[in-house]
Design a protein around this ligand. Structure first.
Ligand code: AMP
Length: 538
């Protein structure tokens, strides 16, 4: 017997319609490319999304077409999220930091028909235009009178394009599991792979995410996480669901402009990756500034370090919530929200818990297995491959004819983790980055975090390099605050009481900067390649 409840085939546009009805005047604030602050609200964003959708249909676009954005975090990008997906097409978010070759591959693989482009990124597309023949039209995200000279085919300004759109357009009822958004993984080897989210997975993910963070309806959110990367962690959907004020920084993500925006807009909750917060904290430190309005920050994308956690807590009185996820998971998997037990813990005990990546959100199942696929105990010690399963986790990659999951639906995240008896998950490494020394594992993340606590260290990266005796030994790469090398021994002394003696790096190399990929993650393989023979030659 099946239930008697109504059939539900969601369209994400229902979210912005809800926000228009219930929170019409709640503000959407964006810093434009010019630096100017633009103020919109849910009512305006909804009406302009309807206009965009109606124009796309009039222009011949239809359900299932893939339309891309190469855009910053601004109100227009939010409108595209709803206008494109809501009429049944697929919003494909492109990352403007991609290498041109990868951008060409992705645009052709996705068969993008339109690219909506922010003015500073026009040259990126002009340079590859000849290699992306399927793109019929470029819509430039600017006012009619701001359209720059460009060789881009059929270029038109966004404002002119939507000008005659229908403000009263009604959204279609879509098929069950209709595709909604497309995002490619930042894959460091091989071609990037697409993850095609559905309306249903996005709606369920957003609802679940709301339960797994410290969000209240009067929060004012700083959305530093880019709209081009994993649907900005679901904020564009759960923000309007709850009527949260959204503040988007556009192009300016350095410490000073972020600080100004936070103070001016009374930000209470900020979402971002560790590198962005490191810039903000450094700015505050150097200029004696305090983040006065922020209560919570949600940090994910890379491991949170003790030094960052401590500075947020002790200097700014900001509670840090560590979160973990990935493109293939829409992205939220685990969050580390405060528990009643934490209130009775000492600072050190509390920090130790907060540094874990958190507990699974209801809907996500986790397990850790050994190399042979046997499930490992939740004892806080047994580390292995982290597998996940759930309704907002992919089944297969875009256009692939085979599943990305095993016969029981488990997806191998490529992360090496431990689970403990309280349900917390801690990431130890990426499987491809683990360091095996004398048959034992060294966690590059733990070692990096320890090094990062050194007062002179701005960034740290640990890589396993082949070694004639130990198989692999860690090599530590450091960028100092001043950019100049410091005494290696001072780093070793600093690490000595924080990690086991055999974990201490055999070599420390000072660099001016570390290699980062398009989404800000460390590209360890580049360092591994460059220093591959270092210990062998000694
Ligand atoms: P992406 O698909 O680009 O978002 O990358 C996902 C990967 O980023 C995960 O599989 C992890 O390796 C890493 N990652 C994400 N969040 C965290 C975190 N909080 N701590 C450590 N690694 C993380």
């Amino acid at each position: 017997m099946i239930g008697d409840m109504q059939n539900w085939t969601p369209n994400v546009a229902g979210i912005i319609e809800h926000a228009k009805k219930v929170h019409p005047k709640t503000e959407i604030i964006s810093r434009l490319v010019s630096g100017e602050i633009h103020r919109s609200n849910y009512e305006e964003v909804c009406i302009r999304s309807r206009k965009l959708a109606s124009v796309l249909i009039k222009d011949g676009y239809k359900e299932g077409d893939v339309l891309a954005t190469l855009a910053l975090n601004t109100y227009r990008h939010l409108e595209m999220y709803y206008g494109i997906s809501g009429m049944g097409a697929i919003t494909h978010t492109l990352n403007f930091r991609l290498h041109p070759e990868q951008a060409v591959y992705i645009i052709n693989h996705a068969e993008d028909k339109i690219i909506f482009v922010e003015t500073p990124f026009i040259p990126i597309l002009e340079a590859i235009q000849d290699q992306i023949p399927n793109v019929e039209k470029f819509i430039v995200l600017c006012e009619e009178n701001e359209l720059p000279e460009t060789s881009l085919k059929n270029a038109v300004s966004y404002e002119e394009y939507i000008k005659d759109g229908d403000e009263n357009y009604t959204w279609p009822t879509l098929k069950d599991d209709a595709a909604c958004g497309l995002c490619y993984t930042s894959g460091t080897t091989g071609n990037p792979k697409g993850v095609l989210y559905s309306h249903k997975s996005n709606v369920i993910h957003a609802q679940a995410a709301l339960t797994a963070m410290t969000i209240s309806p009067d929060d004012s959110i700083l959305m530093v996480v880019p709209l081009f990367h994993v649907l900005a962690w679901g904020i564009p959907y759960f923000g309007p669901m709850l009527g949260l004020k959204l503040v988007m920084p556009g192009m300016q993500m350095e410490g000073e402009p972020l600080y100004e925006l936070i103070e001016k807009e009374d930000i209470t909750l900020a979402f971002g990756v560790p590198t962005i917060w490191m810039g903000l904290l450094a700015y505050c430190r150097e200029n004696n500034k305090i983040l006065s309005s922020v209560k919570n920050t949600i940090i994910g994308g890379s491991a949170l370090s003790l030094a960052t956690l401590q500075e947020f807590d002790e200097v700014h009185d900001v509670n840090v919530i560590h979160a973990w996820g990935m493109t293939e998971m829409s992205p939220m998997g685990t969050t580390n929200i405060p528990t009643p037990e934490m209130e009775n813990m000492s600072k050190e005990e509390k920090y130790a818990v907060q540094l874990k990546q958190g507990r699974p959100i209801y809907g996500v199942e986790l397990k850790v297995v050994d190399d042979a696929g046997n499930e490992l105990p939740h004892d806080g010690e047994s580390q292995g491959h982290l597998l996940v399963r759930g309704p907002w986790i992919l089944q297969k990659y875009f256009k692939s004819d085979k599943d990305a999951v095993d016969s029981n639906g488990w997806f191998d995240t490529g992360d090496i983790s431990v689970l403990d008896e309280d349900g917390y998950m801690t990431i130890k490494d990426r499987a491809k980055d683990v360091i095996k020394s004398g048959g034992e594992w060294i966690s590059s993340i733990d070692l990096e975090n320890a090094a990062f606590g050194h007062p002179e260290v701005a960034e740290a990266c640990v890589v396993g390099i082949p070694h004639p005796k130990w198989d692999e030994r860690p090599m530590l790469f450091i960028v100092t605050n001043s950019g100049e090398p410091i005494e290696k021994q001072s780093i070793i002394d600093f690490l000595s009481d924080k990690v086991a003696k055999w974990w201490l790096p055999d070599e420390i190399i000072f660099l001016k900067e570390l290699p980062h990929g398009a989404t800000g993650k460390l590209q360890k393989f580049e360092l591994r390649e460059e220093y591959n023979n270092h210990y062998m030659e000694k």
